[in-house]
Design a protein around this ligand. Structure first.
Ligand code: ZN
Length: 441
């Protein structure tokens, strides 16, 4: 009975999401957002003691200006934040137990528990009800599949941890093959050769390893598309994947806080504006780079309303050729925590975006294959490089330092203390790749 209800809910959300994507113009979208946001706010006010206190004295109809929350606030008030009375201790226990046994299906009562990776030990804990799972699965398939196939679309999915969330998506529309990121590459290659996926979903660092295997001839698959998740997709990686597999590289931008953006068939990374409201708060004077404030229209168990994410994004300057009124993201540049800071002429600290440093390094020399940047304190950078042997490494290092310094000068900043080393730091297969990283003491 439960599975029948779940399947019905899944189908309803799949069809509704499909319909909204096809038919909504800007006016219909705005009206829909207002209705859904007000319903989400009313529900949170009625059932979440935390939000009720947090919004005391505010006009709830003006939801766009309600006080914000963030991960730290949510975690500090977890027990009163969720609407179903699950304690943080119970949720954490379930999540940790599952993580240790690599079982990955932690639940407390009917609720699935999710953990988000966080910097400096700030892990977020998330609760999702079975109804929300069904809705999520329907939504994401409606947006990410683009087209259906007789016999089902074969999807290979590489994930750090398998979640209950994904189990729902496996069925007649989709044949989902899940791979743990810890799966040795030769084993994954053998299975992919047999499975021949239409779509391969995974972090770009993993997709890069598959591209290596495809280049050597060990892997021979011809996917229609690749979908990058979980890590920043940098343009040079996108180009290489696209060339190796002769297929477009799309993205799903989601986090435990919600489904935020999905690429359309034209490749535009559309904000899922009927799922979440993303209010973009500028991080620089030009208003080019922003951090999103998320309001989820559907989540009831753990309401996400005016939740400040720790990400740096940039809107595309022009609408997508597909004609959708859903706004398009040009870049997801990583976390605000990974902004690097340098000093201006007056000695004041100024942020520099990871994308600026990435460009400076990759454009410095054609010999550079890969890079990593770590900033441990303001005004300092440690750069690790993987370079081919065409140029002596010292010469590559010199030109990188020079380019970084001239980039800083161009932004009216003082030169930095830069060290360059040969070789990248080894990383476990299931750890996220963060090429630009700011260490917080
Ligand atoms: Zn589009």
């Amino acid at each position: 009975m439960t599975s029948l209800i779940t399947a019905t809910r899944f189908a309803r959300h799949f069809l509704a999401a499909h319909w909204r994507w096809r038919t909504f113009d800007a006016t219909a979208l705005h009206r829909f957002q207002e209705q859904r946001a007000r319903a989400a706010v009313a529900h949170a006010y009625a059932h979440s003691p935390f939000y009720r206190d947090h919004w005391a004295g505010h006009d709830l109809t003006g939801w766009r200006t309600l006080p914000t929350v963030d991960k730290a606030t949510m975690m500090a008030n977890f027990d009163r934040f969720n609407t179903v009375g699950v304690t943080r201790a119970a949720a954490l226990d379930a999540a940790m137990l599952a993580e240790r046994s690599r079982d990955f299906r932690p639940t407390v009562g009917p609720y699935t528990v999710g953990l988000s990776s966080g910097t400096s030990g700030h892990r977020g804990v998330f609760l999702v009800s079975p109804a929300e799972q069904g809705a999520w699965a329907g939504l994401i398939l409606a947006r990410a599949l683009h087209r259906l196939r007789r016999g089902g679309v074969r999807v290979a999915f590489f994930l750090r941890s398998f979640s209950n969330l994904y189990a729902q998506a496996n069925g007649r529309l989709v044949k989902l093959r899940y791979f743990d990121l810890m799966t040795p590459i030769p084993v994954a290659v053998e299975q992919l050769n047999a499975f021949q996926p239409h779509i391969v979903i995974g972090p770009p660092s993993l997709l890069g390893l598959l591209a290596d295997a495809q280049t050597t001839g060990a892997l021979h698959m011809t996917p229609d598309r690749l979908i990058s998740v979980a890590e920043v997709l940098e343009p040079q990686d996108e180009l290489r994947l696209q060339t190796t597999f002769q297929a477009p590289v799309h993205q799903i931008y989601q986090c435990t806080e919600g489904l935020l953006a999905v690429s359309c068939a034209h490749g535009g990374l559309h904000i899922q504006e009927d799922v979440v409201a993303l209010q973009l708060e500028p991080l620089d004077a030009a208003g080019e780079w922003c951090t999103p404030i998320v309001t989820d229209f559907w989540r009831r168990t753990q309401p996400i309303i005016r939740y400040r994410l720790n990400d740096v994004v940039r809107l595309a300057p022009a609408p997508c050729p597909c004609g959708s009124p859903f706004r398009v993201l040009a870049t997801i540049a990583g976390r605000c925590d990974d902004l690097c800071y340098f000093f201006d002429a007056e000695g004041a600290r100024q942020p520099v975006f990871p994308d600026t440093l990435r460009r400076a390094i990759l454009l410095a020399s054609a010999a550079i294959i890969d890079y990593e940047i770590v900033q441990e304190r303001d005004g300092q950078l440690q750069i690790c490089l993987l370079a081919d042997a065409s140029t002596p490494f010292d010469a590559v290092a010199d030109v990188v330092v020079e380019t970084v310094q001239s980039t800083l000068v161009r932004y009216d900043l003082q030169p930095a203390t830069v060290t360059v080393e040969l070789g990248l730091t080894p990383r476990p297969a299931d750890a996220k790749r963060r090429r630009v990283q700011r260490i917080h003491a």
